[in-house]
Design a protein around this ligand. Structure first.
Ligand code: ADP
Length: 478
C-alpha cells in the first residue's frame, strides 16, 4: 500500500490528521481542566431544575401538602433529572432530607460553599451555589435559591462535580471523533484525486517511452497535471525531438557518405576496368586512367580523414596539443603553402598582418581550420578574383583572422546552414565538379575554433563575396 503514490499520500494525511487531532484534544483537555469552565454548565443545569420546580413547590405549599407529598415530589424530580435534592434547615444549613438512596447527606452542614473563580453566573441575591466538599471527601456542585414561601428550609440541587476527563468525554470527544472521521474520508478522496492527476500523465509518459523504445520517435506528450509532471513531459518531448533529430542526422549522414563514396568508387572501378580489359591502350590513356584512379583514391582518403576528424571532435576525444601560437606566422605559412594553388587558379592572394599577441592553441588544428576556409575561398572564387588574408588584434583580448574573397557570396538564408555537416550550396557554383568538397570543411573548422574557445562569423551577400572572421582568445599573460 505504501509503495503507491496514493498510499503514501493517504498515510501522510492520516498522520497529519492524527497530529492535528491530538493537538486539538490536548488544547481542549487543558480548557476542560479549568474548573470555572467545567462547573458552569452543571450549575446552570441545577439552576434550571430549581427554577422549574418553584411553581410546583409553591402550589404544594399553598395547598398545605404534607411532608410525604413533598418528599415524593422531590424524589421524583431527582430521579427525572438525575440530580440529588437535599433539604436543609435554612438557619443551620444542616441537611434533613436527601433524595439519594443511601442517606449519606443527612446531618451534613452545607455551610462552606465555594464559588469557582472567574465564574460569571447570573443569579438572584442570596442564592447559594458553588463547589462543596462532602465530609466523605467527594466534590459536589450545589445550587439553592431561597424561596420566600418556604423560609424554614433550603432546597439544594446537587450533583457531583465532573472531572476534566468526564467533561472532555461528554462535550468534546464525540465532535472530535466525527471531525477525525470527516477528515479521514476527505483525505481518501484528496489522495485519490492527487494520485490520479499525477499517475495519469506518468502512465502516458511510460507508454510513450515504450513506444520510443520500439522505434516510434514521433511520440509527444500533452503538458498536463501538476507543474513537476508537466516539466517531465516537456523534458520528454524535447528529448524525443533530439532523438528524432539525431536519428534523422544519422540517416542523412549515412546517405551522404555513401553518396560521396559512390562517385569516386564508380570512377575508380570504370578506369581500372579500362586498364584491365585493355580499352586503355595508348600510354596517354593508361596514364590518364592511373591519374584519375589516384585522384579519386585521394579524394576518398580526404573524406575518410575528415569523417574521422569530425567523429573525434564530436565524441569529445579530440586532444589539443596546446602551446603558445603566433598566428601571424601560422597564417603566413598557410599563405606560402597555398600561393602556388592560387596562382594556378588565376587568383590574386594578399596577406596583411599586424603583430598580434600569442594564443594558446594547437598549431596543427588551427592550421587545419584556417586552411579549410582559405581553400574554400580559392575554390569558390572565379578566375581573376581576389582572396585576402588578414591577421590583426581584435578588441577584448582577441585575435582576428579574416579571410575575404570576391567570389559568388553566400545568400543570407544559407549562412547558418553552411556550417552544418555535408551542407553544400548548389553545384553550379563549383567550376570543376572534381574540386567539389565533401561539405565537411566548415563544420570541422567551426568545431576546431570552438574547441579553442573562439568562434567564426560570416559576412556575405549573394554576388558580393564572402568574409569569414575567426576570433580567438589571447593566451592569458599576453
Ligand atoms: P565543401 O567541402 O563543400 O567546401 P564546406 O563545409 O567547406 O564544404 O562548405 C560548405 C559550402 O559553403 C560549400 O559547399 C559552398 O557552397 C559554401 N562556401 C564555403 N565557402 C565559400 C566561399 N568562400 N564562397 C562561396 N561559397 C562558399
Amino acid at each position: 500500500m505504501f509503495d503507491s503514490l496514493r498510499g503514501r499520500l493517504l498515510s501522510s494525511y492520516i498522520l497529519i490528521i492524527l497530529v492535528a487531532l491530538i493537538v486539538v484534544a490536548v488544547a481542549l483537555f487543558g480548557f476542560a481542566s479549568l474548573t470555572a469552565v467545567r462547573d458552569l454548565p452543571a450549575l446552570q443545569r441545577l439552576a434550571a431544575i430549581s427554577l422549574t420546580n418553584i411553581y410546583e413547590l409553591r402550589r404544594l405549599q399553598e395547598s398545605g401538602a404534607d411532608p410525604g407529598t413533598f418528599e415524593r415530589f422531590l424524589s421524583q424530580t431527582a430521579q427525572d433529572h438525575n440530580v440529588r435534592i437535599l433539604v436543609a434547615n435554612s438557619a443551620t444549613r444542616q441537611v434533613i432530607y436527601d433524595s439519594g438512596q443511601e442517606n449519606s447527606w443527612v446531618g451534613v452542614f452545607i455551610d462552606d460553599v465555594n464559588k469557582p473563580r472567574r465564574l460569571s453566573f447570573d443569579v438572584e441575591r442570596n442564592t447559594v451555589y458553588g463547589r462543596f466538599r462532602h465530609p466523605n471527601g467527594s466534590l459536589w456542585l450545589v445550587y439553592s435559591q431561597p424561596l420566600q414561601f418556604f423560609n424554614r428550609a433550603l432546597i439544594f440541587y446537587a450533583q457531583r462535580e465532573p472531572t476534566a476527563v468526564e467533561f472532555f468525554r461528554d462535550f468534546f470527544l464525540e465532535p472530535l471523533l466525527w471531525a477525525g472521521l470527516a477528515a479521514f474520508l476527505l483525505s481518501i478522496l484528496l489522495a485519490a484525486w492527487i494520485a490520479r492527476s499525477v499517475a495519469k500523465p506518468l502512465q502516458h509518459l511510460a507508454t510513450a517511452a515504450e513506444s520510443v523504445a520500439h522505434g516510434d520517435y514521433g511520440q509527444r506528450l500533452p503538458l498536463e497535471g501538476p507543474l513537476e509532471v508537466k516539466r517531465v513531459a516537456a523534458s520528454f518531448n524535447s528529448m524525443g525531438e533530439q532523438v528524432q533529430a539525431g536519428r534523422q542526422s544519422q540517416h542523412d549522414f549515412v546517405t551522404n557518405v555513401s553518396h560521396d563514396l559512390r562517385t569516386p568508387i564508380t570512377s575508380i572501378s570504370g578506369w581500372s576496368q579500362a586498364l584491365l580489359d585493355g580499352t586503355a591502350v595508348t600510354h596517354e590513356e593508361r596514364h590518364q586512367a592511373a591519374g584519375v584512379i589516384h585522384d579519386e583514391a585521394e579524394r576518398m582518403q580526404r573524406l575518410v580523414d575528415e569523417l574521422l576528424d569530425l567523429a573525434q571532435i564530436e565524441s569529445g576525444q579530440l586532444e589539443l596539443a596546446l602551446q603558445a601560437v603566433d598566428l601571424t606566422l601560422l597564417v603566413n605559412n598557410i599563405y606560402q603553402a597555398l600561393s602556388p594553388r592560387a596562382e594556378a587558379l588565376g587568383l590574386v592572394m594578399n596577406l596583411e598582418t599586424e603583430p598580434v599577441p600569442q594564443v594558446n592553441g594547437d598549431a596543427d588544428r588551427l592550421t587545419q581550420a584556417i586552411s579549410n576556409i582559405v581553400e574554400n575561398a580559392l575554390i569558390y572564387t572565379r578566375h581573376g578574383g581576389q582572396v585576402c588574408l588578414v591577421v590583426q588584434p581584435g578588441l577584448n583580448n582577441l585575435v582576428l583572422i579574416a579571410i575575404e574573397d570576391d567570389g559568388p557570396g553566400i545568400p543570407l538564408a544559407e549562412q547558418e546552414r553552411i556550417f552544418e555537416r555535408f551542407y553544400r550550396l548548389d553545384k553550379s557554383r563549383v567550376r570543376d565538379e572534381r574540386s567539389r568538397g565533401s561539405g565537411l570543411g566548415l563544420a570541422i573548422a567551426k568545431e576546431l575554433v570552438e574547441a579553442h574557445r573562439g568562434w567564426i562569423e560570416l559576412q556575405s551577400a549573394e554576388g558580393r563575396g564572402s568574409k569569414f572572421l575567426i576570433y580567438l582568445p589571447v593566451a592569458s599573460g599576453h
